[in-house]
Design a protein around this ligand. Structure first.
Ligand SMILES: [Zn+2]
Ligand SMILES: [Zn+2]
Length: 176
């Protein structure tokens, strides 16, 4: 995907995305992209910078970290990113002064946003995906998914601490 910056002098350019995850080199051991990367991005020239603005969306599948069942996540991201010409890099202050808007660099007269699009989607992936907020996870003993019902080890677990109340009695004795 290429944006010719010279074309932006005559007005903003909008591109429509509908690309496979492979195109953006997305997908890994801990997540799958199960839909195309779709969206619309508008590039406009603002003084000496190029503003990329629009929306990105796709569907991602990850495993719930508690029960390991697949979780489908709908990613929808508003994108605002400044492209700064590489020759301006020495004025690093510029980047900080862009009112908190993320920025990237381009060289020559062509912007290739592919890598930035990839990064923008990757930062949306949760570190700890859950199938639901109150996921009960797997029994550490038998591995049963506790969302589908309890297992017999839980009861046995209680029995393995027969003198569970004895420390409370001891404490009472000390206090009295
Ligand atoms: Zn879960
Ligand atoms: Zn169990």
């Amino acid at each position: 995907m290429k944006i010719d910056v010279q074309n932006l002098h005559s007005g903003p350019v909008t591109i429509t995305l509908d690309h496979t995850s492979r195109y953006f080199d997305l997908g890994g051991e801990d997540y799958q992209v199960v839909d195309n990367i779709r969206g619309e991005l508008t590039f406009s020239l603002i003084r000496d910078k190029v503003l990329m603005q629009g929306i990105l969306q796709t569907h991602i599948r990850m495993d719930c970290i508690r029960c390991l069942e697949p979780v489908d996540l709908y990613i929808k991201k508003d994108v605002t990113l400044y492209y700064i010409h590489k020759s301006e890099e020495k004025g690093k202050e510029d980047v900080i002064n862009l009112e908190g808007i993320e920025s990237s660099y381009y060289q020559g007269l062509i912007i290739v946003p592919d890598n930035d699009i990839r990064e923008l989607i990757l930062v949306e992936l949760p570190d700890y995906p859950y199938c639901k907020e109150d996921c009960k996870g797997l029994c550490p003993t038998c591995g049963k998914n506790l969302n589908t019902g309890s297992c017999s080890c839980q009861k046995e677990g209680k029995n393995s601490f027969p003198e569970g109340d004895s420390w409370k009695n001891t404490l009472k004795n000390i206090e009295s």
